[in-house]
Write a protein that binds this ligand. Sequence first.
Ligand code: AMP
Length: 207
Amino acid sequence: MTTDRTVAASSSTRDDRRLRIVLMGAPGSGKGTQGRLLSRKLGVPTISTGDLFRDHLRRRTELGVTVAGYLDSGEFVPDVITDAMVRDRIGLTDAVGGFILDGYPRTLAQVEALNGFVGEQRGSITAVVALEVDRATLLERMRTRAQAEARADDDPEVVIRRLEIYEAETAPLIEHYRSSTRVITVDGSLEPARLSAMISSRLRARE
Ligand code: AMP
């Protein structure tokens, strides 16, 4: 597997070389796909809070039972639960070289919690990658995904609710990050492989 450690080395702003990427974008903007492609290129795991929660649901763990109602309705799981899960996950050995976050942080409180966790690692967020996709494309993608994956939260009413919550709570975080962190904005409607190549080259370039 070809990995690109130069990205980590050139983008490190503090004393460590971990690559810490935050993928941001509305539901259906392609964070999952880009997370998978970038993970292969960069050699660090993608950590998707949605996938972690769905895994708990499938295994019917105590956490899964607690979060089921939130996932079904498209509402956010309380920060205290989500933050603890992320903190544990980024501390696992496969994340020693860094990580790509998909679906976290989604609230200002989560941004602050994440800053605390990476601060404990004596590091910082390398970059935020913001995927921009227009609403019509998002709705069409989620309609297709609902057919393919039968996700309860891809039900049309829940989709609208998730988009509203994204606009109200999460989209403003991109602006918030701009004051402290490099934000790379890309067109999420591009073909996935092309988009992934573009993101890695923008990560490598010193902007
Ligand atoms: P996703 O697959 O990222 O769209 O997430 C699916 C669902 O998991 C969301 O609609 C929320 O119910 C829950 N979820 C995922 N990430 C978070 C987060 N960072 N904060 C709160 N809830 C989350």
